[in-house]
Design a protein around this ligand. Sequence first.
Ligand SMILES: Nc1ncnc2c1ncn2[C@@H]1O[C@H](COP(=O)(O)OP(=O)(O)O)[C@@H](O)[C@H]1O
Ligand SMILES: [Mg+2]
Length: 235
Amino acid sequence: MIECKNIAKIYKSGEIETRALHNVSFKINDGEFVAVMGPSGSGKSTLMHILGCLDTPTSGEYFLDHKDVSQLSDDELADIRMRKIGFVFQAYNLLPRATVLRNVTLPLVYAGVSGGERECRAKEALRGAAFPENFWNHYSNQLSGGMMQRVAIARAFVNNPTLILADEPTGNLDTKTGEVVLDTFQQLHVEQGRTIVLITHEPYVAEHAERIIHIRDGNIVEDGSVKHRRVVHAE
Ligand SMILES: Nc1ncnc2c1ncn2[C@@H]1O[C@H](COP(=O)(O)OP(=O)(O)O)[C@@H](O)[C@H]1O
Ligand SMILES: [Mg+2]
């Protein structure tokens, strides 16, 4: 469902060129849970922006559901993002003075889903993210970091996207709270079989996925399945 062929990205500002991705090729099948791991500055966020249709590569092809999306216009990219991609960021990016429910229904407003159905689907997504019901009407700025990230996960899943992209989703959380968030991804992956790409610089976090793509200085240096996968909640 995802195929990158010889993706390169060069940032230009004035005279200075930064080559953030050199020549990156890989495939991710439907329903895989993959981590992209590498040190700071290795090109992870650049890759996430391309995979998430937030930016286009300088050269190379990116196929999402068999369609080459590498050279689309901004409007076309925005349309694909809305229909196919759910994002989770390190900084949660919630609307602080809106309730939990409002934060999760918002993507459905943009997608033109009717009021009653929006609420139904938002509640379902919050339950899926194991977010406690007695906090649904709290303002998001009244929540702990771990709870905020679970709202962000519910928001990412609410549109039934084909691809979930999470950039350092546990980066602002302590280990124990981070585990709760990783458990949420693992549970949703098992229950819904969605494609999840988890971006991290930490091996410990990456080992919660099924496969790790190692990236360094804008190149893939290793790509393989996780031998001893960390499972938070053994079934
Ligand atoms: N908008 C930008 N303009 C110029 N250089 C950038 C930009 N974004 C990232 N870079 C550079 O590209 C390289 C990869 O950055 P990034 O993708 O953010 O790496 P990571 O997420 O792994 O830390 C770094 O050298 C960074 O400084
Ligand atoms: Mg980054």
